[in-house]
Design a protein around this ligand. Structure first.
Ligand SMILES: *Cc1c(COP(=O)(O)O)cnc(C)c1O
Length: 456
């Protein structure tokens, strides 16, 4: 791809405030060298997350005006339900305020001590909700997915051999649920093939284990299936999505991703008894089952977003953007996770900042360099996020040192992406001038959000 064609024109704009390198040095210092503590208004290109950061369409804003705010049985709920049912086909469709509320329901209803949940890769909030219930959460990622530089089509797949082996050892009665995350967020936004979805489903059926899909990026995954998997090239995105969900007993969804909205989520299932229990929990946690913690207008925006996300022009632009960035950086010699996935580009900070050892946080050195040089905000996924101390207090670094650049949907143009690539390439050319960091304050849990750091 030599060019990104944005399949939209811009009707409403949000100004970006320019800052100088000197400004940004001051802002980062005030933020204790942690970009999570920098004010968003002082960021030029914000790539912290693709969650809830989408630009809504004129049709979505229009739909919000007709939101029905009735407490029970609002018309907006039925619009939302019909849109979800069209794609996912499940019998019961329950709105929640975001994805993790749907996961909390799963954890509460099926979790508990002595239980094991299995997945290709659990997303961290899903894992958190399972572990909070006392159960354990185990990943069975395909071997291909564990090699950052390997180019393969479906690096997000489940290792079905390891999964089946584990089920036989552990006993199916101790495994309440199998979750397939599409695309595989923790694994770099890598897709899962239809073949793998089918095989995982068949294993779950064979052993009587409930099979759910973590559906956050279901449309991006369908586009990869269409363009990479034999037999799907002439199917529509809708048909591929319908087939995907036909193999599952239910799903959880963060509408902040592929429903193109700023807030929302849902949980679906076919089982009547499970749905009844979920609705009972929902009423104390989120709200009445026809609004689930959302306003009627949010449900309208989701319904319309689910329609728009299936458009092939949009998906070609979306996935094409990652590919474009990936090719441009690779051509300049910048080390990235290969191949680019659906929603983000990951820089390999270990190779990029090879002169900085893991305990001096090379991912933070790179994240901070991108902010200071170009006002770009990415996120370190490395030793600040996952580094640990062993029993003797010795430092154990993360296996990978990555910097994730998550691309918000329909927000930035090609010239923003070109600017971003230029900044990354400039930083790469002068990489040896950047120094490592040490932590001066860390919280006992999830330290990366609030840590204070100092340059060495
Ligand atoms: C974002 C995300 C979630 C959680 O959704 P929230 O809306 O942020 O609560 C769950 N799973 C995956 C794969 C995600 O990307």
């Amino acid at each position: 791809m030599t060019r990104i064609f944005e399949p939209f024109r811009i009707k409403s704009v949000e100004p970006i405030k320019f800052t100088t390198k000197t400004d940004r040095e001051k802002f980062l210092k005030e933020a204790h060298n942690n970009v999570f503590l920098v004010k968003a208004k002082n960021v030029l290109i914000d790539l912290l997350t693709d969650s809830g950061t989408s630009a809504m369409s004129a049709q979505q804003w229009g739909a919000m005006m007709v939101g029905d705010e009735s407490y029970a049985g609002a018309e907006s709920y039925y619009h939302f339900e019909a849109a979800v049912k069209n794609i996912m086909g499940f019998k019961h469709i329950i709105p929640t305020h975001q994805g993790r509320a749907a996961e909390k329901i799963i954890g509460s209803l099926m979790g508990g001590k002595g239980k094991s949940f299995v997945s290709n890769s659990f997303f961290d909030t899903t894992r958190g909700n399972i572990e909070f219930s006392g159960a354990e959460a185990i990943d069975f990622l395909t071997a291909e997915g564990k090699q950052p530089s390997l180019i393969a089509d479906f690096k997000g797949n489940m290792d079905t051999v390891a999964l089946e082996h584990y089920i036989q050892q552990r006993g199916a009665e101790n495994i309440p649920l199998c979750v397939l995350t599409i695309t595989n967020n923790s694994g770099g936004g890598q897709p899962v093939s239809m073949q793998n979805i089918k095989e995982t489903s068949a294993i779950c059926k064979k052993y009587g284990i409930l099979f759910f899909i973590d559906a956050c990026r279901f449309a991006e995954n369908a586009y990869f299936i269409k363009t990479r998997e034999k037999g799907y090239e002439n199917k529509s995105i809708l048909e591929i999505c319908q087939e995907t969900f036909s193999y599952a007993d239910g799903c959880t969804m963060s509408a902040k991703k592929d429903a193109l909205v700023n807030i929302g989520g849902f949980i679906c299932m076919n089982d009547d008894k499970l749905a009844m229990e979920a609705k009972n929990l929902l009423i104390i946690m989120e709200g009445f089952p026809t609004y689930g913690g959302l306003a009627g207008r949010d449900l309208e925006a989701i319904a319309q977003g689910l329609h728009e996300v299936l458009e092939e022009d949009y998906l070609e632009y979306r996935i094409g953007t990652m590919k474009y960035i990936g090719e441009k950086l690779t051509a300049a010699g910048v080390p990235i996770l290969q191949p680019t996935g659906g929603h983000a580009v990951y820089l390999d900070a270990k190779a990029f900042m090879a002169h900085i050892p893991p305990h001096q946080l090379p991912g933070i050195a790179l994240t901070n360099a991108l902010y200071i040089e170009g006002g770009i905000r990415g996120v370190e996924i490395g030793s600040l996020m996952f580094g640990k101390y062993d029993e003797k207090g010795a430092y154990v670094p993360a296996t990978l040192e990555l910097v994730r650049l998550a691309i918000p949907r329909r927000v930035y143009t090609q010239s923003h992406m070109d600017y971003m690539c230029d900044v990354i390439i400039d930083v790469y050319k002068q990489r040896t001038q950047y120094k490592g960091y040490k932590i001066t304050y860390e919280a006992p849990l999830l330290r990366h959000f609030t840590a204070h750091m100092e340059a060495l």
